[in-house]
Design a protein around this ligand. Structure first.
Ligand code: NI
Length: 168
């Protein structure tokens, strides 16, 4: 059952430069918003997602039942080729998405994701960080919001909940 306040229907561009339509995926999705220059939080969360999915696949004996998706809040720097190379370090399964700043902002609003350029490294140009909310969203094959995971849940805790949802 999805809570109605998150609208998971969107279109962006993937790490190969192809159009991505969230309604056409057909399996569960774990969606996370971040940026590739993030020094520590995003890498930790991406590793957690990869680990979560490997546990879920063992639990459910269904490989490919969950696709991990990383949506960049930093489309200015995170072009598809940047996302592609960055995400190879996290198991090679992630779909990396970006778009125009307006498209990314719209999708972030749909997920109630907050992000903002931080003043640290505010020397202009390309040297900046982003403050952003840190949540992982579980979306059903029918593209409905199911569950949200914060940093308090580790991979095992996330996987337990997701496996139960998949089996039900
Ligand atoms: Ni981050």
């Amino acid at each position: 059952m999805g809570e109605p306040f998150i609208d998971a229907n969107f279109r962006l561009v993937d790490h190969n430069g192809n159009q991505f339509d969230s309604t056409k995926v057909g399996v569960f999705k774990l969606i996370y918003f971040g940026f590739t220059h993030c020094p520590d939080v995003c890498p930790e969360e991406l590793e957690k997602i990869a680990k979560t999915i490997s546990i879920v696949e063992k639990d459910t004996k269904k490989s490919g039942i969950v696709v991990p998706i990383f949506i960049s809040c930093d489309p200015h720097r995170d072009k598809p080729e940047v996302l592609k190379s960055y995400l190879e370090d996290f198991g090679g399964r992630f779909v990396g998405l970006s778009g125009t700043p307006e498209e990314v902002e719209r999708v972030a609003r749909q997920f109630r994701v907050y992000f903002k350029k931080s003043s640290i490294g505010n020397s202009g140009g390309n040297d900046y960080l982003l403050d952003h909310s840190i949540f992982i969203y579980l979306i059903s094959p029918e593209n409905e919001f199911i569950e949200i995971f914060g940093r308090d849940k580790d991979a095992a805790a996330c996987a337990k909940i997701i496996s139960e949802k998949i089996k039900n």
